[in-house]
Write a protein that binds this ligand. Structure first.
Ligand code: ADP
Ligand code: MG
Length: 139
């Protein structure tokens, strides 16, 4: 099934100037980029985006990190896009990520792990709607 997923190139990767490399990985893996923009989230916006994690001990650090600098948000589309993106991202902790994955190549730690990707169809719909209006999506 053709799916859409939300990707975020996190502040660490934008700062390291590897966002072009990461976008290249998406394109060479057959994703269509339906929408893309660079934004700098406020702490409150990061809290709202990650509200499912609000009870976790790392929530404050996560929201501080995600609002520490600009990010690039994209809507990616392809067959089984949600799992396909999670596969090329690699494990949450770069130390556990497979060779060749984005987090293995560009992640430094579980906090600074280069990319976000939706983890389910439900979260993809919510996360896409969080950042993009219908008018911003290329059909
Ligand atoms: P993923 O980004 O792989 O979907 P989660 O949704 O579980 O992972 O967590 C969201 C983000 O919170 C992770 O990408 C990571 O940056 C951070 N995080 C997750 N678990 C931890 C942890 N145990 N310690 C510190 N940060 C964490
Ligand atoms: Mg997640």
């Amino acid at each position: 099934m053709i799916e859409r997923t939300l990707s975020i190139i996190k502040p660490d990767a934008v700062k390291m100037k590897v966002s072009g490399n990461i976008i290249n990985i998406f394109e060479t893996n057959g994703f269509q980029i339906l929408a893309m923009k660079k934004i700098h989230m406020s702490y409150k916006q990061a809290q709202d985006f990650y509200k499912e994690h609000q009870a976790r001990p790392f929530y404050h650090d996560l929201c501080t990190f995600m609002s520490s600098g600009p990010v690039i948000v994209q809507i990616l589309e392809k067959e089984n896009a949600i799992k396909a993106n999670r596969d090329i991202m690699g494990a949450t902790n770069p130390a556990d990520a497979d060779t060749g994955t984005i987090r293995k190549m560009y992640g430094e730690s579980i906090d600074n792990n280069a990319v976000h990707g939706s983890d389910s169809a439900t979260s993809a719909v919510r996360e896409i709607g969080f950042f993009f209006s219908e008018l911003e999506i290329v059909q």
